[in-house]
Design a binder for this molecule. Structure first.
Ligand code: PLP
Length: 434
């Protein structure tokens, strides 16, 4: 095991300074390492699969900016396109051809996206999609599943309440109970609860929100028939189907889970990969729904920096390369092989570790899984030991130059830039960590 004594003095000093000027020293919570403890590494630069921190430590990155960097950092083709875009100026606030090209690429490839609107984040995309759903149906309530994440919009920042089964309570201070009251929350992997919620609230539901594969509270793999069955039941109740593909879109397949499952959503949201690492989100769907959006229709939604030409160019370069290279099968094979090696090493060491994976996303489950088939499908099935054991594993790997997602409830990602030798080094580090 190649554990080195890392110097983290510079990161620690910057973290102290950052805490004085920003909440928790960061601009998005998980970056502060609260779930694993210790000093977050301040990354100075990234190239390929390597991160370099301000103290000069190098890490192999398996967080990949939480998903967008499917070709690794500073992919040459994308970098060239971005440099070209910079030379043309970086924000016009006008109609421009770059978003048109990206919109045509997506609508041409994905039949369920007849029209698309670009925004600046996944959260913004989901927020706008809900507004469209309410306008289209004339209904107010939305349904989400407990443990699914759709960004930090008030309406979906809710969890199952302690009282009435499907009534929601705010999952954050500052979310008005009156807003939470319009959201119905149902546990994952509980068909009876879903049916009951539809029976009770179906007539007032504008939309059922599906995180295409729940991947923000661990990787909660659903039963194969769940999504098609649940989408059909939602439609039967007169609700629209929103497929949130912010993490899975262009990641699990070019057409995301919609392509893999055959479920054609009414509304769909994208983010992460769609901007190639720049801040982009998008919502799209059926023509008659999207035509409700201003200036064509009465649903207001706008953005000063929306369809930023540099971000559009990065997204376009990324999606074109994905379409041309079709790396999905190879990525999945690499991920499967990595997961099998992890499990073998763990078995040899007598450790309770299983790896849940889908395409190039993976999540190490640490502890005894309570379900009959050993699959974690809802947050309540995650072993109680997860947080504590993951924190130890994370820090041991970090000390060996391996950077996984800094939380036991976040997934890690492979990119096309990860070589077999990188994965072998990760397995060796994992063995050392056990
Ligand atoms: C990341 C994510 C979001 C939020 O996107 P942001 O760009 O962070 O606002 C929404 N839904 C899903 C499924 C996500 O993975």
């Amino acid at each position: 095991m190649s554990e080195i004594r890392q110097v983290t003095a510079e990161s620690a000093a910057l973290f102290e300074r950052a805490k004085k000027v920003s909440p928790g020293g960061v601009h998005s919570p998980v970056r502060a390492f609260k779930g694993v403890g210790g000093t977050p590494r301040f990354i100075r630069s990234a190239e390929g699969v390597r991160l370099t921190d301000v103290d000069g430590n190098r890490y192999t990155d398996y967080c990949m900016s939480w998903g967008p960097m499917i070709f690794g950092h500073q992919d040459q083709e994308i970098a060239e396109a971005v440099r070209g875009a910079l030379s043309r100026g970086w924000s016009y606030g006008t109609a421009e051809p770059y978003s048109l090209e990206l919109a045509e690429l997506i609508t041409g490839a994905l039949p369920w996206v007849e029209k698309i609107r670009f925004v600046n984040s996944g959260t913004e995309a989901v927020m706008a999609a809900l507004r469209v759903a309410r306008a289209a149906t004339g209904r107010t309530k939305v349904l989400k599943f407990d443990g699914a994440y759709h960004g930090h919009l008030d309406q979906l920042l809710v969890r199952a309440g302690s009282g009435l089964a499907e009534m929601a309570s705010p999952d954050s201070a500052g979310v008005a109970p009156s807003v939470a009251a319009d959201t119905i929350v149902v546990p994952l992997d509980d068909w009876a609860a879903y049916e009951q919620a539809l029976a009770r609230h179906g007539h007032e539901l504008a939309v059922v929100c599906f995180e295409a594969i729940p991947a923000n509270n661990g990787l909660l793999l659903q039963r194969a028939d769940f999504l098609p069955k649940a989408a059909a039941a939602a439609r039967k109740a007169g609700a629209l189907v929103l497929l949130d593909e912010v993490i899975t879109g262009f990641r699990v397949a070019f057409g995301g889970v919609a392509e893999q499952s055959g479920v054609s959503p009414d509304l769909v949201t994208y983010g992460k990969i769609i901007g190639g690492g720049f801040p982009v989100g998008a919502y799209g769907g059926k023509r008659e729904l999207m035509d409700l959006v201003a200036p064509q229709g009465p649903v207001y939604q706008a953005g000063t920096l929306s369809a930023n030409p540099v971000a559009m160019t990065a997204g376009l370069a990324t999606l074109k390369k994905l379409k041309r290279d079709n790396p999905y099968r190879k990525l999945e094979e690499k991920t499967e092989s990595l997961a099998r090696k992890f499990e073998r090493v763990a078995r040899d060491a007598g450790a309770e570790v299983s790896v849940q994976r889908h395409a190039s996303m993976f999540w190490a489950v640490l502890g005894k899984i309570g379900t009959v088939d050993g699959v974690v499908r809802s947050t309540t099935q995650t072993p109680a030991t997860q947080k504590e054991r993951y924190a130890k594993l994370f820090h041991s790997l970090l000390a060996q130059g391996q950077y996984l997602a800094p939380s036991g409830f976040e997934v890690s990602f492979l990119s096309t830039a990860h070589q077999d030798s990188d994965l072998d080094a990760l397995v060796a580090a994992f063995k050392g960590a056990l």
